[in-house]
Design a protein. Structure first.
Length: 204
């Protein structure tokens, strides 16, 4: 995980790896979810798949929580926690039973160099991107709400930065009328994409 400033991803290439890639595996969306053009919430969205939609599952990244699917005419990447597959007659969450399900492994190789410094320049704010429009700039009302509705801080071993994916058991809190949720880690409030659980903004 690292800080990324103004990334420009002009192209990428998907490579199929080991696993049952030749066999089509069917999955079901467990919730309304965003389908991204790449394996991460920082890639542009290609659309929304509604809950209960059938999807052809190509496979998932090894050691990551992102899978590529075909669903409702959309082809892209979604979070493995939001997909289910039938196993022994019952639906199970892909992220939790990947080894049992024999999910194919795929890889995603970026073919264009990232434009911009790999580490923050002096005076830069610790802000990441979640789509092609640029950095997240939360309105002041969001910080006002967070300060007025404090939650217990979560102790985490290490620094949590923009782009990090939070563990599935870490509780995040919804911000009313706002697309992102929030959590306080090691005393610092931060905004989180509730679908991918990726940190999109860290308050100083």
């Amino acid at each position: 995980m690292r800080w990324i400033s103004k990334p420009l991803l002009a192209g990428a290439m998907l490579l199929t790896g080991t696993g049952l890639a030749s066999a089509e595996m069917m999955a079901t969306t467990a919730t309304d979810l965003t389908v991204y053009s790449g394996p991460g919430a920082d890639y542009p969205s290609v659309g929304i798949a509604t809950r209960g939609s059938s999807a052809a599952l190509d496979g998932c990244l090894e050691g990551e929580s992102w899978c590529r699917i075909d669903v409702n005419g959309l082809r892209g990447w979604v979070y493995a926690q939001e997909l289910t597959v039938d196993y022994d007659g019952a639906p199970v969450i892909v992220q939790e039973r990947r080894s049992d399900l024999g999910i194919p492994v795929v890889s995603y190789e970026k073919t264009v160099v990232v434009d911009g410094p790999a580490s923050p320049a002096p005076g830069d704010e610790l802000v990441g991107t979640v789509d092609s429009s640029g950095a997240i700039i939360p309105p002041p009302e969001v910080r006002t709400y967070i300060d007025g509705a404090p939650v217990d801080t979560v102790t985490y071993d290490g620094e949590v930065i923009v782009g990090a994916t939070l563990p599935g058991d870490m509780v995040i809190t919804q911000v009313p009328n706002y697309q992102y949720s929030y959590v306080r880690v090691n005393g610092r409030p931060m905004l989180v994409d509730p679908q991918s659980r990726r940190v999109v903004y860290v308050y100083e």
